[in-house]
Design a protein around this ligand. Structure first.
Ligand code: NA7
Length: 554
């Protein structure tokens, strides 16, 4: 039985699947998640004709697809929502400091309703190809059902983590039980009670899933290949009084987010790790460990992500926490990462995750010791044992940042394939444009600050920059924009230089583009701008202020 793929789930599409749309529009946006929705809203305000194509049957992107149990924010809800609309800020109430997926999806539906976004969105519409047309200087976009659309501009809003990947393990289709990838969780409730459930993967998604289902399943087998660092989320409800205070503070909250490198509310401590005494250091780590959200990662000593010894100090602190929380010392050691330091992968935030392993119905299977050999009809076979399962959950991640692009046949000037151009790593200017692909703009594209960001904050910046560009081009009578070769070369070079001193660059993870489930993605690449969001914004603003320096406009 194949792994269930709920690409077009039971939910009723808002528009008919074979709807007609005009042959030509000013802009096509791919994706109706947070970025695509806001980009549509902005371009409409400029009076442009726009069509959005979305694979899912409704808005929401990441929050539409990732419905697995326990899916929730790792950013504070009140820093995550859109900031552009006073009305939205005033009308929407978050119920928890770190909102769960159903509430976030309700929020995005509320925004879509408020701005009547759906009338320009074609749902159940997967873009298969986008080819630049040298003769008329625009794009031909083809959907996988054969429908076509022409547009002057192609704006990708496809998300950094949208191309989910199943493991390359023999026998996936042999399994006779129920199997899901977490990013294709069904839209109907899934009853796991008393079932024998297996989860492959212990990234942020696996951790959220495991800690949520552990109590209700009959038996849970966690198949862990690489142990991951994780720190407490400390989520709590938001009272009405607190929400009123948050609303009153929104300007200050968003101002704070604009100052920090990742647009979270947490800012690195200006001190270096060994500038303080050991007692002071441990007290600071303890305080951060007890702080909600990403404080322990984003608000730690300034050298935590660059100095191996500083990183080892915080890693040792977190390792001790795991030892305190997991009763079986042998098991605790298996849960402590030995091959990478704390924060060199995006840190999963957990709620009682490590305590799950104290339950008698939960078993950790260490795949480093006993690798998976194959999936079988009745479960999964490791090198030493057959594991019988009713349900198999693949929390196996994504082909990050470039995977979403690779899945569309994007061709620029003279038929050049984007996948081929980026085969050895992306080349871009500002993470928004790439040479030979005129009039294509990549919101949250590789080399952009957004993929390392409290993402809506960076999405808003990207979208507003692209919208200002569109306005400028209209005013000046331009219909063609393309990065210059020198701007692309310099930006790509600077991206590589900025990342060189970061410890994360030397670790396999989605942030370095490593995904051995995908052909050709076993080599680390620099995919993110590491200079911090404020500096990134400054680069974008400077280019715009100089009449879009680094771009050729015609
Ligand atoms: P991640 O963080 O990429 O995690 C994927 C997990 O799946 C990770 O533990 C992988 O182990 C595991 N994996 C992948 N392929 C296999 C195979 N073939 N065998 C065994 N285990 C495998 O993705 P997530 O969805 O958890 O999180 C992505 C981001 O979403 C997260 O950072 C948040 O920002 C939200 P590995 O470590 O590769 O050994």
């Amino acid at each position: 039985m194949a792994v269930l793929d709920t690409a077009v789930p039971g939910g009723k599409p808002r528009r008919t699947e074979r709807e007609a749309f005009p042959e030509f529009v000013d802009a096509v946006i791919i994706g109706a998640g947070i970025a695509g929705m806001y980009q549509l809203h902005q371009l409409r305000r400029l009076g442009m004709s726009v069509r959005v194509f979305e694979t899912g049957s409704d808005v929401g992107g990441t929050w539409y697809w990732n419905r697995y149990p326990g899916a929730r924010f790792d950013s504070e809800s009140w820093t995550y929502g859109y900031s552009f609309s006073e009305e939205v800020l005033e009308e929407w109430n978050w119920s928890e400091h770190f909102s769960a997926q159903p509430e976030t999806l309700r929020y995005l539906n509320f925004v879509a309703d408020k701005f009547d976004l759906r009338r320009d969105i074609s749902f159940n519409s997967r873009v298969a190809a986008a080819h630049y047309q040298d003769d008329w200087g625009g794009w031909n976009i083809t959907l996988d059902d054969g429908r076509c659309q022409k547009a002057t501009f192609l704006i990708t809003a496809i998300g950094p983590l949208s191309a989910h990947t199943l493991p390359r393990i023999d026998g996936i289709d042999d399994f006779q039980g129920t199997a899901f990838h977490t990013a294709r969780w069904p839209h109907h409730p899934v009853d796991l009670s008393n079932k024998r459930v297996g989860v492959i993967g212990t990234g942020a998604t696996g951790i959220q899933t495991i800690q949520t289902i552990a109590k209700s399943v009959g038996h849970l087998s966690v198949f862990q290949r690489t142990a991951n660092w994780a720190a407490p989320l400390h989520n709590t409800p938001i009272s009405a009084a607190e929400m009123a205070e948050i609303k009153a503070n929104y300007p200050a909250i968003f101002a704070r987010c604009r100052e920090t490198p990742g647009c979270f509310i947490h800012m690195n401590d200006p001190r270096a790790t060994f500038e303080v005494s050991e007692a002071e250091r441990l007290a600071f780590y303890e305080e951060l460990y007890n702080t909600p959200g990403f404080g322990i990662w984003q608000g730690n000593f300034r050298d935590m992500s660059t100095d191996p010894e500083a990183n080892a100090a915080v890693s040792a602190f977190i390792a001790d926490k795991i030892r305190q929380r997991v009763k079986d010392p042998v098991l605790a050691e298996k849960l402590i990462p030995k091959d990478h330091g704390f924060g060199t992968r995006r840190v999963p935030l957990e709620t009682g995750y490590f305590e799950v392993y104290n339950q008698t119905n939960v078993r950790l299977v260490d795949l480093k010791a006993t690798p998976i050999e194959r999936i079988t009809a009745t479960g999964l076979r490791t090198s030493d044992e057959d594991h019988d399962l009713d349900v198999l959950i693949y929390a196996t991640g994504f082909d990050a940042l470039t995977g979403g692009f690779d899945r569309i046949d994007i061709r620029g000037r003279n038929g050049l394939s984007l996948k081929e151009k980026w085969a050895d790593g992306p080349r871009t200017f500002l993470g928004l444009q790439t040479v030979d692909f005129p009039n294509m703009l990549t919101i949250v594209g590789p080399h952009n600050a957004a993929a390392r960001c409290n993402i809506p904050r960076c999405i808003e910046q990207n979208v507003e920059w692209v919208s200002a560009l569109m306005g400028y081009m209209r005013t000046h009578g331009h219909a063609h924009i393309e990065a210059t070769q020198s701007a692309e070369d310099e930006w790509t070079e600077s991206i590589n230089e900025l990342a060189a001193h970061m410890l994360y660059t030397h670790v396999d993870s989605w942030m370095t583009g490593v995904n051995r489930n995908v052909e050709g993605k076993d080599i680390r690449r620099v995919l993110q701008y590491q200079g911090g969001a404020p500096a990134y914004r400054e680069h974008c603003a400077q280019s715009a202020a100089a009449g879009y320096a680094g771009f050729e406009l015609r």
